[in-house]
Design a protein around this ligand. Structure first.
Ligand code: GAP
Length: 526
């Protein structure tokens, strides 16, 4: 069985979308009105799965943060800021002026490009004076290499004639070409000239108005990232919690972006959730902490239950860096829609003191940290691990998706037990002879500790299949023997193996499987 096998009739991603809707993980938003592009609703199982991921992040980052390189536990504080902030926040952060893109669409490849990143080089055929048009490539250190490749590609269709670069050496951004000239550009990856459209500006922040009167005075924005809510509370947290540098401030919450191309299900949506931490440190130590957090966050995705072979860390090229970042590494996952390539789950960025300095300037307040022990004041630098919660949910679902013709449910979700929305199914084998009553009692006991689902109807095979499909790791069956010897069978979702165990041990058994290797009380060894 190939765990990335595809159902015969559907590409894997389509199968996952269909399964998640059918079982209550994710629905298209406003479904009865034909949906709204880029928006999704989370059903009963999706809400619990999302909450389980969020809780694991919160425990790992805030409640039980990792031990630092010097063996001391790190110090982090959780906050929950408003979604709508004073609009000056977004002026200071650079989002009002900078959070929009000039985009151009290629009619042939359907690819969309930042118009300032498409570099155009005029080209002519050897020995001819007339210009052929412009060959374009994406800007970057390898632009010349890309250009050579494009020339060779074109020469093949020019029956051996040689193409040369004409006139200007460094290329011109598509956005700077006059309209008439834009029509002569061969887009990156296109085979015909003139397929790129006129650049159009897209603001990525959703606007709203605060108060009864709409107008420029009341204009506000839905936050496009949770991070700024943290920066503007830096002084409050320092004053109220009296931390020592380094320390972190974390929050989880909704973010909104009017994405130009929401796509790939919940991967890129217009309303999503982020799990962000700003790590305030001594400027001298920012490189050390950057390395620490890149490593730590990569490990976290593994601990969450995402398979290591589907994860990579990708350092950003210089030209990819955001305006605030001096270094960024993305943690990426091999999503099924990315044709074997990887898509970003989380970015770890060195934001230096950019945000604190910006807010100091715009709000006219000091953002210094007073290091009493060493009698000095400085504006901390910031390392930011910023992960998508809804994207994490998608990665967890993709990683758990299995297709196996030989199983009753064919499709099932091998979710890590700690994340599974329902941990235990409790079934009386038959709905008589005292079995339902026993099952009810056992369920009442187990449901104090775990999410359980008791089911009496249909054949036991069908009940197992339904639990497999939603990713329930354990099913407990009560049969005639249970009533005499107080033993039950426990079925493992992934192997289908069944074990007979004492009913009074079921809680401990399930708990050990959900939290393998969990810290044991009384287990301290100096
Ligand atoms: N504060 C930094 C920041 O927001 P980002 O790379 O734009 O950085 C961080 O976003 C994470 O948020 C991404 O790695 C991704 O997981 C998630 N994310 C960003 N845009 C998203 C979208 N449109 N839909 C779903 N998740 C998104």
């Amino acid at each position: 069985m190939n765990d990335r096998q595809t159902p015969p009739e559907l590409p894997q991603m389509a199968a996952i979308v269909s399964l998640t809707k059918r079982t209550g993980y994710v629905y298209p938003s406003s479904d009865i009105y034909n949906g709204l592009n880029g928006f999704f609703d989370y059903g009963p199982l999706g809400t619990t799965l999302k909450d389980n991921i969020r809780r694991f992040w919160w425990e790992s980052m805030v409640e039980r943060p990792p031990v630092g390189p010097d063996g001391r536990p790190l110090q982090t504080f959780g906050i929950d800021s408003s979604v709508i902030l004073n609009p000056q926040v977004w002026q200071a952060s650079g989002h009002v002026d900078g959070f929009h893109d000039e985009l151009t669409d290629c009619a042939e490849t359907k690819k969309r490009y930042r118009a300032d990143h498409v570099m155009c080089y005029p080209a002519r055929l050897n020995g001819e004076s007339e210009m052929l048009g412009y060959v374009s490539v994406m800007s970057g250190d390898d632009a010349v290499e890309q250009l050579e490749k494009r020339y060779r590609f074109l020469e093949k269709s020019l029956s051996g004639k040689k193409l040369t670069r004409a006139d200007f050496k460094d290329g011109v951004p598509y956005i700077e070409l006059p309209e008439d000239e834009q029509k002569k550009v061969l887009a990156p990856d296109a085979s015909a000239i003139g397929t790129l459209g006129a650049p159009r500006e897209f603001g990525l922040m959703f606007e709203t108005s605060v108060g009864a009167l709409a107008g420029s005075d009341s204009k506000a924005y839905l936050r496009p990232e949770t991070a700024q809510g943290i920066f503007i509370n830096f002084r409050n947290v320092v004053a109220s919690s009296r931390p020592r540098v380094p320390f972190g401030i974390a929050q989880v919450g909704k973010a909104f972006r009017n994405e130009i191309t929401p796509r790939n299900f919940i991967f890129r949506s217009r309303e999503f959730e982020q799990m962000e931490m700003e790590w305030f440190c001594d400027p001298e130590e920012s490189d050390k902490w950057f390395e620490f957090w890149v490593h730590e966050r990569r490990e976290w995705w593994n601990r969450l239950g995402v398979r290591s072979e589907n994860l990579i860390v990708r350092p950003h090229e210089k030209e990819e860096l955001s305006h605030y970042s001096s270094a960024t590494s993305d943690i990426e996952y091999r999503f099924p829609f990315a044709r074997g390539e990887f898509g970003e789950l989380e970015g770890v960025a060195n934001r230096s003191d950019y945000d604190l300095q910006q807010h100091a300037k715009h709000a006219k307040v000091k953002m210094d940290f007073h290091d009493q022990a060493n009698n000095r004041a400085f504006v901390p630098h910031v390392i930011e691990p910023s992960a998508g919660l809804t994207r994490a949910l998608l990665a967890v679902l993709c990683d758990a998706y299995r297709y196996d013709e030989s199983r009753p449910s064919k499709e099932y979700l091998a979710l890590p037990p700690k994340l599974a929305p329902i941990k235990v199914g409790v079934f009386p084998l038959i709905a008589k002879e005292g079995q339902p009553e026993y099952a009810q009692k056992l369920n009442n006991h187990l449901s104090q500790f775990f999410t359980t689902r008791i089911e009496e109807k249909q054949s036991i095979g069908k009940r197992y299949a339904r639990m497999d499909e939603i990713g329930t790791p354990f099913c407990i069956t009560i049969d005639a023997d249970t009533l005499t010897d107080n033993t039950v069978t426990v079925r493992d979702r992934d192997t289908g193996a069944q074990e007979r165990i004492s009913a009074d041990k079921v809680d401990v058994y399930v708990d050990a499987k959900i939290n393998p290797g969990a810290a044991t009380l009384g287990g301290f060894k100096p």
